[in-house]
Design a protein around this ligand. Structure first.
Ligand SMILES: NC(=O)c1ccc[n+]([C@@H]2O[C@H](COP(=O)([O-])OP(=O)(O)OC[C@H]3O[C@@H](n4cnc5c(N)ncnc54)[C@H](OP(=O)(O)O)[C@@H]3O)[C@@H](O)[C@H]2O)c1
Length: 269
């Protein structure tokens, strides 16, 4: 277990649940070190069911925590930070996972400078998030280490400058949806080639999982792994030729660039 600190969530929604479940499961913190508040009894009982402390108000959560993860929807961030502004003392670290809200805005709204911004993605629900963090001016090395330990409990985490966050949103934020399309299409291909639907879907998703694990675990370039599967005049190169006719790689590149552009537009509006 990491050094002891108290973790609070403002916004007991899906992400807060994934992170707290992961943190407890990985043994980073015991449930008694985690607290949150929610107006809805159903959400309170979900968190209570795995040992998280339920407090009455957001203010109590801030008062009773060393690290406060802001996990409300972006449109609620302003209202919540203005309400909590008087309670962020220097000892507390504010961590925001709200998509599209920059460190500067978080700092202005909260009146606080000890901030870390994290962009996780939806596979956090199954412990396979790709998260990236950037740090505000007053965050310490220990703050970074603690946040890293929290997000490692739900996947992997990288550190990057904030200027990359729109592109990160376009790649790892939106990326799971691109891959869901790919899995669905591979399964459709299997069905078109005569496989039963259930078998085709199982094979498609496990193939994507296996290919990602090969890239992650061997450290080999994906091009090298592709070459190793594609034998001369074989089946795989015939399939690859069809993908290239449909500009498969160019389409994925364009998807990331388009999502990045849209993220930039939304964060400016
Ligand atoms: N889901 C992801 O994979 C993902 C990835 C990257 C970033 N994020 C970011 O993570 C944040 C949370 O996303 P989510 O998917 O977990 O959303 P969510 O499930 O809707 O959770 C937000 C929670 O905040 C509660 N809430 C609303 N107003 C509140 C207030 N004034 N005080 C306290 N709690 C309040 C909501 O309650 P009600 O439902 O009753 O309003 C809800 O339970 C968002 O900012 C999102 O941009 C999410």
């Amino acid at each position: 277990m990491a050094d002891a600190f108290r973790l609070g969530f403002i916004g007991a929604g899906n992400m807060a649940e994934s992170i707290s479940r992961g943190v407890i499961k990985a043994g980073v913190l015991p449930p008694s070190s985690i607290r949150t508040a929610h107006r809805c009894p159903k959400r309170r009982s979900v968190f209570q069911s795995f040992g998280v402390q339920i407090l009455e108000t957001n203010q109590q959560v801030v008062d009773d925590s060393d690290i406060i993860i802001l996990s409300v929807k972006p449109q609620v961030v302003k209202e919540v930070l203005l309400e909590l502004k008087p309670f962020f003392t220097e000892q507390k670290l504010l961590v925001s996972i709200a998509a599209g809200i920059k460190l500067k805005a978080l700092q202005e709204l909260s009146g606080h400078k000890r901030i870390i911004r994290v962009m996780p993605n939806t596979p956090s629900a199954v412990g396979e998030a790709a998260s990236v963090m950037c740090t505000g001016e007053m965050a310490t090395k220990i703050d970074e280490e603690r946040v890293s330990s929290l997000f490692k409990a739900i996947g992997k985490i990288w550190t990057a400058e904030e200027k990359y966050f729109d592109a990160i949103t376009g790649l790892s934020g939106s990326g799971p949806a691109y891959i869901y399309l790919a899995i669905e299409a591979l399964a459709d291909g299997g069905v078109a080639a005569g496989l039963p639907r259930e078998l085709a879907l199982g094979l498609a998703s496990q193939t994507v999982l296996g290919a990602a694990a090969m890239v992650n675990q061997t450290g080999k370039h994906p091009g090298q792994l592709k070459d190793a599967v594609a034998s001369p005049a074989g089946t795989t190169i015939a399939g690859i030729q069809e993908l290239e006719k449909g500009a498969f790689r160019s389409n994925l590149i364009s998807a990331v660039v388009a999502a990045t552009k849209r993220c930039r537009e939304l964060s400016q509006s």
